[in-house]
Design a protein around this ligand. Structure first.
Ligand SMILES: Nc1ncnc2c1ncn2[C@@H]1O[C@H](COP(=O)(O)OP(=O)(O)OP(=O)(O)O)[C@@H](O)[C@H]1O
Ligand SMILES: [Mg+2]
Length: 377
């Protein structure tokens, strides 16, 4: 839907803001650009709707090279939300939301209906808010209107540059959840810029971590957390994120894929061989629908096979954590008791991954390095 091919931006003063950027954002994908201040996030975003022109390379939106599209036309098909949301102060909420539809020549009945529909979607009573002026709104409400305005003409692509950056943490959290919920039904292609790793991990289908105009790593939130490509990524995740993790936090950051995942129908002798070859004490049995069948322990599997039993008979289900209920402390206590992978399932028994003493150790290292840094060591 949006593609960058070797896109660079050099400003007039010689600043190289973006260097040979390659990125493909799929239709309906939610991509979050994150990285330190000045790494080129905003510049990358603005090149998509030609608020900045690229110096070299090519950007396509919906297959078309954007240089062949009139910038004004281009922008009408791309929603844009920024932090210092600029609602027109003398226009009502309804007029603000209706700006692009009006430019596109929608008739007033259609615009009114769209405004009411959007306000209702965002949980704002249309009868109450339609006629308000921006001054009569809270910060969070203004930001919601900014998002609705960007969505008004139903553009397939929406660009958001730190839209929730200026809000207090609680309002930000609510708006993030609303946006995520909203986009489940709208399926917009979204490129979203933030500084905040928690925000990125919460919202993104794919996180793109940038530094000095280049991509350091991209991947799903899980991939970025579980397999940071280098020290920069590790410290970027660490610094922003580990600070907020406590023993009472969810298991999310600790989850990773099991070392061995097997299907219930597999030959138990093959499974045993793989476990022995790879020096594994445990394996997770997961069925084709992703449900957790149970866990295999090497000694139990061996004993079962000696007695002519099946894989099913070797499976044990006594060790597990429920994702929605467990916290990091529970995992740590179980691992201290017995140092073997702990399978994690959700309430519907879908297998989500395992927690190991290794994942706990990585978390500890991240925290220790951080507190050393803070102490000025
Ligand atoms: N008009 C301009 N002229 C010269 N340099 C610019 C201009 N706009 C941005 N830059 C430089 O380009 C680089 C990238 O800026 P950009 O605004 O894209 O960063 P960013 O990642 O969005 O940062 P932040 O997180 O602080 O918003 C920075 O070094 C910035 O100083
Ligand atoms: Mg910026």
């Amino acid at each position: 839907m949006v593609t960058f091919e070797a896109v660079s931006k050099v400003f007039a003063d010689g600043t190289e803001a973006v260097k040979e950027l390659d990125l493909e954002v799929g239709e309906g994908e939610f991509v979050v650009l994150i990285g330190p201040s000045g790494c080129g996030k905003t510049t990358s975003l603005k090149m998509i709707n030609r608020l900045e022109e690229s110096t070299s390379g090519r950007i396509r939106v919906n297959g078309r090279d954007i240089r062949s599209v009139d910038p004004v036309q281009l922008r009408r098909g791309i929603g844009y939300v920024i932090q210092e949301i600029a609602l027109w102060p003398h226009m009502s909420v309804a007029e603000n939301i209706g700006i692009v539809p009006r430019l596109l020549g929608w008739h007033s009945g259609r615009i009114d209906a769209r405004v009411d529909e959007l306000l209702a979607l965002a949980g704002l009573d249309p009868a109450k808010f339609r006629h308000r002026l921006p001054d009569q709104l809270s910060g969070g409400q203004k930001q919601r209107i900014g998002v609705l305005r960007a969505l008004a003409a139903d553009p397939p692509v929406v660009l958001m540059d730190e839209p929730f950056g200026a809000l207090d943490p609680i309002t930000r959290d609510v708006l993030q959840s609303e946006l995520k919920e909203l986009n489940k039904s709208l399926r917009k292609t979204i490129v979203f810029v933030t500084h905040d790793m928690d925000e990125a991990l919460k919202l993104a289908d794919r996180v793109v971590l940038m530094r000095q105009g280049k991509i350091e790593q991209m991947g799903s939130p899980e991939e970025i957390q579980n397999a940071p490509a280098n020290d920069f990524v590790r410290s970027f995740i660490g610094e922003d994120r580990l600070a907020s993790i406590s023993p009472e936090s969810s298991l999310e950051t600790l989850l990773h894929d099991p070392f061995l995942r097997v299907a219930p129908g597999e030959d138990p002798r093959d499974v045993l061989e793989r476990m022995e070859d790879d020096g594994l004490e445990t394996a997770q049995v997961v069925d084709a629908r992703g449900n957790w069948v149970g866990m295999l322990y090497l000694p139990v599997l061996k004993r079962t096979l000696r007695n002519g039993g099946t894989l099913r008979e070797a499976v044990r289900r006594n060790r597990k954590l429920i994702f929605e209920e467990a916290v990091i402390r529970d995992a740590a206590e179980m691992l201290a008791d017995m140092d073997l992978s702990i399978p994690v399932v959700n309430r519907e028994n879908v297998f989500l991954g395992v927690v190991t003493s290794g994942s706990l150790a990585r978390l500890a290292i991240g925290r220790l390095s951080r507190s050393r840094k803070e102490a000025g060591a």
